[in-house]
Structures are given as C-alpha cells and as structure tokens.
Ligand binder design. Sequence first.
Ligand SMILES: Nc1ncnc2c1ncn2[C@@H]1O[C@H](COP(=O)(O)OP(=O)(O)OP(=O)(O)O)[C@@H](O)[C@H]1O
Length: 323
Amino acid sequence: MLHLETLTKTYGDRPVLQDLTLDVRPGEVYGLLGPNGAGKTTTINLICNLLQPDSGRITIDGIPVSDATKRLIGIVPQENLLYRSLTCAENLDFFARIYAVPREKRDLRIANCLAAVNLLDRANSPVETLSGGMQRRLSLAIALVHQPRLVILDEPTTGLDIEARYELWELIRRLRDQGITTLLTTHLLEEAERLCHRIGILKGGRLLAEGTLAELRHYVPAQEVVLVQTTEEERAIARAQQLGFPCRRYGNDLTFWLPAYLDMQDIIACFEGISLDSVCRQPVGLSHIYMEVTQLGTAPVSLAAGDSPKDRFANRLPVDLSR
Ligand SMILES: Nc1ncnc2c1ncn2[C@@H]1O[C@H](COP(=O)(O)OP(=O)(O)OP(=O)(O)O)[C@@H](O)[C@H]1O
C-alpha cells in the first residue's frame, strides 16, 4: 500500500536516511521504531511530499508521491496543529473544507469523527479549554475527517500522561480493528508492542530489523530472561557460561537468557553455592530485542530446524527439561 524503495536523504553532508526500503501492507499498523534522530520524521516528511529524497522512490497505492497524493494521507503530527480559539467542531469543519469534503456530508462526518475519538460532548468547546490528551484526540479526528487511505501517527503519545496515553492507545486499537492502514512512529517500545502488526527498527537512517514481534523474537533466542542481583556477579556469569546461558547487561542489570522455561527453584539450583539477592523472570520482550538489534550490533540469529535453544543447552543444565 505504502512502498518506500531505497530512499536516501542527506542534510548537507550528513546522511539521515540510507537505503531505506519498507512496505506498509493494506490494513496493517506498521510501527517505525527508533531513537531520537533516527530519521522517523524525515521519512514522514518524504511520504507527505514535504521533502524530496536524494534518491529512491515512494508510492502510495502504486501512485508516486506528489501533491496529488497528499489527500490520500491523514497525519497526526508530533505537535498539534489546532486553532486554539476555535471549537472542536469548527477545527474539524476547517480541515474538512480544505480536503473538499462535500458540504452535504460535512456535518455527519464531523460528528462521526468526534464520536470516534470520544469528543462528541466537547464539539462546541474551544480547543484552549481541552486537556493535552483531548487535543491529541482532536488531532486524530482531524486526520480522519477526509477518510484517508493511510493514517500517519508521528509519536502520537509523546508528552501525554499515562491515562491519556491509554485512552489514545485504545482509539488506535479501534482504528486497527477497522483495518485502517497506519504508519506509526514511536520511540516507546510498549506502544509499538501493544499496537503494531509489524515493527521496523530504524537507527542512524538504516532499517536494522523488521518483522512481527514473533519474527523479531529470533534476535533473542531465549524462552525467558532472568534478571539476577548478586554480590558475586563474576561467579554468576562464570556459572551461566558453563550452563550455556548467554549473558547480557541492560544498563546495570545483569541478565541471562534461559533456553527453556524453568521453575524458580530450578533457576536457583543453576546458581547453587552463589549468594543471590533476587532473581526476577521476564518474558522476552521488545526491549530485549531492541537492545540486541541497536546496541549490540549482532547479526540476525536464525535457528536451524532441530537447533532450538532447548536442544542446544539441554545436556548442560542441572535440571531435566523434558518435564
Ligand atoms: N532540516 C534539517 N536540517 C539539518 N538536519 C536535520 C534537519 N531535520 C532533521 N535533521 C537531522 O536529521 C536527523 C534525523 O532527524 P529526524 O527528525 O528525522 O529524526 P527522528 O527519528 O524523527 O527523531 P525524533 O524522535 O527526535 O523526532 C537528526 O540528526 C536531525 O538532527
């Protein structure tokens, strides 16, 4: 639906996007995840034809981007672009006119969009009287008013408190359930994990990894991650190495990748003789995958058939994995 092909963009002599190729499929929510400065907003500006790439090509529904494709897109920018003294309905009416929504459809469309973001009861409230979360929801309503083919959400919940964030996530989930094709940029791992069908990890203008969460899990070939607090870290690391548990530090946290699900008593048995202050089990999540892909620069790990972590480590564990 949206196709980016070998996009390159430089500012001066600084490369910002390097050979960026990705597809957003019809009906999916694609999350473009990356740290500050990764090139997310630049990518959006190229898709919206606000910038020109140095090389490469972008199409929406097979049509090369141009001013004509702008109306296929509804965007929620990082900063709300709202008329603060106008009411919610007036703001929507203004943008509906810009997008040439026919006069006879406008009132119903505005009411539907306000209802979709739970703001119908604030239709006649000036924007300046709305909370930050409500203003964000109004921005989403504006993005939808001309029924675009593609919705772009640029860091939609940055700066919102947790309650407003949950509310917006629920609305985005509703869009997803309606099959609205969405490109979402974020640096919030939880946001991408909750909302996106597929995730692309962008850093330094390069797409380092891409896939569903299940596909991306191959970067961390573990069943679980255990976070261990101990005053005997070196001994714990040496023991983990004997057992074949890969070791990673996330900040100061010392963790080990477990090749199989183990009972807590079995995990503790693995470190017998070493004084442990605490052991905390974590499911493999996007944060572990993200660290693996962006910080450690490891090559993609592919597991050959019959070479599961469980098979590889079974003989070294002091516990029976067949249970
Ligand atoms: N107009 C510009 N001129 C020069 N450099 C720019 C310009 N716009 C962006 N950059 C640089 O390009 C890089 C990518 O910026 P971009 O805004 O696309 O990243 P981002 O992933 O959206 O980051 P953020 O999460 O902070 O919004 C950054 O290093 C930024 O400083």
